[in-house]
Design a binder for this molecule. Structure first.
Ligand SMILES: [Zn+2]
Length: 160
């Protein structure tokens, strides 16, 4: 399959967005994805990541699905208040394992700055609950492959 953007190189990255219950998937080569600000980050899966699912309701599951069909829990939805706020429980520890005892919070705020500009703020809090591994976890989620990459892919979807 060829890249949706350059239509020259092979597709390596798939971005899926859900709009009015319809899934739209962008297929990009690595170069185009990087140009658009997307970087492939660390994954909790053993096989390449196919998609991340957030069920759109309080208590909904948040999980990742690999190319081989395997899945891994990430957490659950704490608050779902479109279009302003999304709060997710992140239950992946510093060793990139799901830990049902661990609950850290990811709050994403969407702030209308003008008719066609939205500021997106992301706060990942309570990392101190990871104890001695908190600094290591903070560095991982704060790295180029962490939340910055995920916000980058969100930007690609929002602008396409
Ligand atoms: Zn391309």
């Amino acid at each position: 399959m060829l890249c949706d953007n350059c239509k020259e190189r092979e597709v390596e990255i798939h971005l899926t967005k859900v709009e009015n219950d319809t899934k739209v998937t962008l297929h990009l080569c690595k170069q185009c994805a990087q140009q658009k600000g997307f970087e492939t980050g660390d994954s909790i899966l053993k096989s390449p990541l196919k998609e991340c699912i957030v069920e759109p309701r309080v208590g909904g599951r948040w999980y990742a699905v690999g190319e081989d069909g395997s899945s891994c829990e990430t957490g659950y939805v704490i608050a779902w208040q479109p279009p302003q706020v999304l709060v997710l429980a992140w239950q992946i520890n510093a060793e990139w394992q799901f830990d049902p005892e661990l609950v850290t919070e990811v709050e994403v705020r969407f702030i209308a700055e003008s008719a066609d500009t939205t500021r997106v703020e992301l706060e990942h809090r309570h990392l101190e609950r990871m104890g001695g591994k908190a600094a290591e976890a903070r560095d991982a989620v704060d790295s180029p492959g962490g939340w910055g990459a995920i916000l980058g892919s969100f930007k690609i979807c929002a602008e396409s």
